[in-house]
Design a protein around this ligand. Structure first.
Ligand SMILES: NC(=O)c1ccc[n+]([C@@H]2O[C@H](COP(=O)([O-])OP(=O)(O)OC[C@H]3O[C@@H](n4cnc5c(N)ncnc54)[C@H](OP(=O)(O)O)[C@@H]3O)[C@@H](O)[C@H]2O)c1
Length: 280
């Protein structure tokens, strides 16, 4: 039996129990015609965030989703497939960053940061690309730091990250190489910048470009638009209280990309900041 929900549109936001993700859910509840899922790795934190939005008169739905846990990703994807026959809007927002003052060895910071921000975001797409509906919108929240980190890489790395023919396998190999060299304390002499978060976000931006090119090739008639973006410098637990933007202001560009109108052809495969395509 085809359920009522099969024709309901649905938007999913990862890491949305706080910060920019929560603000994205708030904005989508007001602007998106369909169900909006606040997701969180921790059910208690997720449900508390849903309650907070309920008290603003908004009605997001909730599903557990830990992007570091492949089973959790698969369970969520299966849920959306069964209930909605897929997903219309996917915003990969979840990420981590070590604080500057954190004394965890750099190699460990590199491994942990690249794992969540790059490898787990990649796992999300490996699973959710199977259920993204025609006309879908995919937004990967990266950072302007990906551009500054790219500019601090040696020329060979810069060329590889800017190469339009870079494959996903090559990108994975480069991210793993960074982690391995960071663990050996050799990353700087091998041409990498001294920022694990920055390198992880280079990975997110380049991965977005690769996945967009693949969509164009493999699903040319489906009109799916996939982009990476920067929300700006936003007051959250990650960025601290001195940042100029509120979370709601940080949500503006991700939400703009999530709500690109039906039939839009661009942006696609771009890195977007302040609703404007940036040079990579
Ligand atoms: N804030 C800025 O100035 C800024 C600038 C550029 C880009 N960004 C990017 O914007 C996005 C949101 O950042 P934010 O500032 O809002 O950070 P935040 O306040 O630290 O929020 C991060 C969110 O991601 C979740 N998360 C972390 N690991 C997860 C996992 N394995 N599975 C599911 N959720 C997970 C966190 O959940 P828990 O509560 O369970 O930890 C939290 O909900 C990130 O991609 C960040 O890199 C932020």
């Amino acid at each position: 039996m085809v359920s009522f929900y099969m024709s309901t549109r649905v938007a999913v936001v990862t890491g949305s129990n706080k910060g920019i993700g929560l603000a994205i859910v708030r904005a989508l509840c007001k602007q998106f015609e369909g169900d909006v899922y606040l997701t969180a790795r921790n059910v208690g934190r997720g449900e508390a965030a849903v309650k907070a939005l309920n008290s603003e008169g908004l009605k997001p739905m909730f599903h557990q989703l830990d992007i570091d846990d492949l089973n959790s990703i698969k369970t969520a994807a299966e849920f959306f497939k069964q209930k909605y026959a897929g997903v219309d809007v996917l915003i990969n927002n979840a990420a981590i960053a070590f604080k500057v003052a954190d004394t965890t060895p750099f190699g460990t910071q590199a491994e942990v940061t690249v794992k969540t921000n790059f490898f787990s975001t990649r796992n999300m797409w490996t699973v959710f690309s199977e259920i993204i509906k025609p006309g879908g919108r995919v937004v990967n929240v990266s950072s302007m730091v990906s551009i500054s980190a790219l500019n601090k890489c040696n020329l060979d790395l810069q060329q590889r990250f800017r190469n339009e023919n870079i494959t996903e396998e090559e990108l994975v190999e480069l991210m793993q190489r960074f982690v391995d060299e960071a663990k050996k304390g050799e990353h700087k002499e091998r041409g990498w910048p001294d920022t694990a978060y920055g390198v992880s976000k280079i990975g997110v931006t380049v991965l977005s470009m690769i996945h967009a090119r693949r969509l164009t090739k493999e699903r040319p008639n489906d009109g799916i638009l996939l982009n990476a973006c920067c929300p700006g410098w936003v007051r959250t637990d990650m960025a601290g209280p001195k940042a100029p933007k509120s979370p709601d202001e940080g949500a503006v560009t991700p939400v703009y990309l999530a709500l690109l109108p039906p039939g839009a052809k661009e942006p696609h495969g771009q890195f977007v900041s302040e609703k404007t395509v940036q040079k990579w």
